[in-house]
Design a protein around this ligand. Structure first.
Ligand SMILES: CCCCCCCC(=O)SCCNC(=O)CCNC(=O)[C@H](O)C(C)(C)COP(=O)(O)OP(=O)(O)OC[C@H]1O[C@@H](n2cnc3c(N)ncnc32)[C@H](O)[C@@H]1OP(=O)(O)O
Length: 194
């Protein structure tokens, strides 16, 4: 059976992504973007607590350590949580390198090897192309080292949105918490009025 990564990617003609001049410098560690984000937020005890740093060009590197709270089968990471980790890493690449708000429209994951509890996945995410509001991005996750065995691949379409997407669709009480405590959004990774 063929794998999704053999298909043409990006699936439409695109322009080369341009790293924003104010994108974090290569090597810079990126703070969590929202305290209650399941992917990166410190306010979610059993969350993924992904840590990310900027790389050269249009690439970022995330690290995700699988804990007992992330199991699907005994001692192994749940595939849905691995997909979550990749959504976070892919989104961090789009948000930090292009500095425009965007949301995941489509996410594909390919699970190549089991990922045991205790593993740290090194996830490199790369912007592949931009077509209008559409941003195509892909990632590979390696076991326990930058050059470890590839365990998961993912690719996604993000769509750039206006700030109103979040203001009109977010739960009012959570938006009110941010209005009261802007520190919950610990990083302005994007320009809010693209
Ligand atoms: C630093 C931050 C890290 C964050 C990491 C986490 C990221 C997330 O999890 S975001 C949350 C999950 N995602 C969502 O909730 C998004 C929900 N979906 C939506 O709100 C809308 O469908 C949205 C915004 C994606 C698109 O709607 P809209 O703005 O009306 O645009 P629309 O015209 O439908 O689509 C724009 C383009 O994308 C294409 N498109 C949209 N969805 C898809 C899809 N699933 N497959 C293929 N193409 C798609 C459309 O065909 C269109 O293409 P074209 O410009 O060529 O006509």
């Amino acid at each position: 059976m063929s794998r999704t990564t053999t298909e043409v990617w990006p699936p439409v003609p695109t322009e080369a992504p341009q790293r924003h001049p104010e994108a974090p410098a290569p090597g810079a560690d990126l703070p969590q973007h929202y305290a209650y984000c399941f992917g990166c937020g410190d306010g979610v005890e059993q969350g993924l607590h992904i840590r990310t740093s900027a790389c050269e060009g249009v690439t970022i590197r995330s690290r995700f350590t699988v804990t007992e709270a992330h199991q699907g089968a005994p001692g192994l990471a749940h595939g849905g949580l691995l997909a979550c980790a990749f959504d976070e890493a892919l989104g961090a690449a789009v948000g930090n390198l292009l500095r425009k708000p965007a949301v995941t429209a489509k996410l594909e994951t390919e699970f190549v090897r089991p990922v045991p509890v205790g593993t740290t996945l090194f996830i490199d995410a790369h912007l592949d192309g931009v077509a209008g509001r559409k941003v195509y991005v892909s990632a590979e996750g390696r076991l326990d080292a930058e050059d470890g065995t590839v365990a998961v691949r993912a690719r996604a379409l993000f769509v750039q949105v206006k700030l109103s997407h979040f203001l009109e669709n977010g739960r009012p009480e959570d938006l009110a918490k941010i209005a009261d405590n802007p520190e919950l959004l610990t990083r302005r990774s994007v320009e809010l009025n693209p």
